[in-house]
Write a protein that binds this ligand. Structure first.
Ligand code: DOR
Length: 454
């Protein structure tokens, strides 16, 4: 197997950023303090650049099988490689829904065939599939739509929720928006015509009620639980309470967009949960800095521009983000809103620990060589026409960001390189990621000593 030496990079280790030479062998990190002239088949001079662990995105919708006119695994995984995402965990609302072990295994087979980066797939909960949820293996965990979103997965009945939390052992994660609040808000608006109504229908209360309900279930059943896409400051106030069981995540669209952006971006930022206010943006940043939210993930959920262009409420909710999420956060490092160490913690280390993913999230000997080299000084503008996602658009179109991935390795093999002469992305089409493996006996984010109190 090839030996690669990445020399002179500033390396984001778990406890510090230091200049180091990294030796990669047999797909793993063999040494983090290799001598200057270590023998290698390939030597990369990374002076002036930063080497990070590959991003682990624990919430994406890649639409395969069944909705591949919006997205598919080969486009989406190229978008991942370009964005520095080396492992993704994909949601079950495909067609058919991934609600049985058999369907889960056929998605794993699709991942093996088509994905340039590493992959894992959640199993979806219904009111009837408790046996499948109990038997499921080779999965990060169980996804429950406690509020409805794209597709028909919904578990809203209390009895069914109690059973899932009581009778299963895999970690659980959920889309938390309260259905009855959504229905009541919808009925209260005389004429729904504007996409801005989306944030009045799926309001702060809808998110808070459902998150509170899920935390109560997790606490009573002592079941590990991860709150997806927290969108309000109010939810963050109740997140710190059950530290050993609960983790939570924020998404770029909830950090960067608010209701004042509907006028400029319209249905491009129509999402479930909806985007909220500027105060909510700030509340999410505060919760990240204070450790009440541990993870940043994208909820990458593309629809075609044609579908998004329908008038609200026919327009679907969802937006693509995997190829820009790391750059968006590096841009915040550039502007001083957060540190590079925090970005690595939120996007690489924490998600790997929340889901007990073996060998991911850190640059340390023995860990998988899933790596991304970034140029913190490079400025580029996000353009629809340069997007690799099959839907070919981004809600950040036209925004200049400083800090971009230049090279990505998956299992020690270079899968993406930005060609700065031609200003194009280059991919190694023959590279394939591998199935993420989970060691749930480890106990999740709070189990590791270094997690406590951070
Ligand atoms: O807006 C959304 N769209 N939120 C989700 O959680 C699901 C997603 C989709 O699959 O389109």
């Amino acid at each position: 197997m090839t030996r690669t030496l990445i020399r002179h990079a500033h390396v984001a280790f778990p406890d510090a950023i230091q200049r180091a030479n990294i030796l990669v062998k047999d797909g793993r990190i063999a040494a983090v303090d290799a001598a200057e002239h270590t023998q290698a088949d390939e030597v990369i001079d990374a002076a002036g650049l930063h080497l990070l662990p590959g991003v682990v995105d624990d919430q994406v919708h890649f639409r395969e099988p069944g909705l591949t006119h919006k997205e598919d695994l080969s486009h989406a995984s190229r978008a991942c490689a370009k964005g520095g995402v080396t492992t993704f965990l994909e949601m079950p609302n495909t067609v058919p829904n991934a609600t049985t072990c058999e369907r889960l295994h056929s998605k794993l087979e699709l991942g093996k065939q088509h994905s340039l980066v590493n992959y894992g797939f959640y199993i979806g909960a219904t009111c009837e599939n408790i046996d499948e949820l109990r038997q499921a293996e080779r999965t990060p965990g169980i996804k429950i739509f406690i509020g409805s979103s794209t597709g028909d997965l919904l578990v809203d009945e209390q009895d069914a929720l109690e059973r899932i939390f009581a009778e299963t052992t895999l970690p659980i994660t959920a889309h938390c928006e309260d259905e009855s609040t959504i229905r009541r808000n919808t009925a209260s608006i005389a004429e729904i015509t504007s996409v801005a109504d989306h944030s009045r229908i799926r309001d702060q209360e809808a998110a808070l009620i459902a998150t509170r309900r899920s935390l109560d279930l997790a606490f009573r059943h002592q079941h590990r639980f991860h709150v997806l896409h927290v969108s309000t400051a109010a939810e963050t106030d109740i997140l710190g309470d059950h530290r050993n069981l609960i983790t939570a995540e924020a998404c770029p669209h909830h950090l960067f967009f608010n209701i004042n952006d509907y006028g400029r971006l319209g249905t491009r930022i129509q999402m479930n949960p909806s985007i909220k206010t500027a105060d909510d943006n700030q509340g999410l940043w505060d919760a990240l800095h204070q450790g009440r939210i541990q993870v940043i993930a994208t909820d990458h959920a593309p629809h075609t521009l044609e579908e998004k262009s329908q008038p609200y409420p026919q327009s679907p909710s969802g937006l693509p983000a995997v190829e820009n999420s790391l750059a968006l956060l590096l841009n915040e490092v550039h502007h001083g809103r957060c540190t590079l160490e925090e970005v690595v913690r939120w996007m690489c280390d924490a998600p790997a620990r929340v889901w007990d993913i073996i060998g991911k999230g850190r640059i340390a000997p023995g860990y998988d060589a899933d790596l991304v080299l970034v140029d913190l000084n490079c400025s580029r503008t996000v353009l629809d026409e340069q997007q690799e996602t099959k839907s070919r658009w981004s809600p950040w179109h036209g925004e200049e960001l400083t800090g971009w991935p230049t090279t990505t390795w998956v299992g020690g093999r270079q899968v993406f390189r930005w060609n700065s002469n031609t200003e194009t992305a280059e991919f190694a089409a023959d590279v394939r990621g591998t199935e993420a493996r989970f060691d749930h006996a480890r106990g999740g984010f709070w189990a590791t000593p270094e997690g406590i109190g951070t």
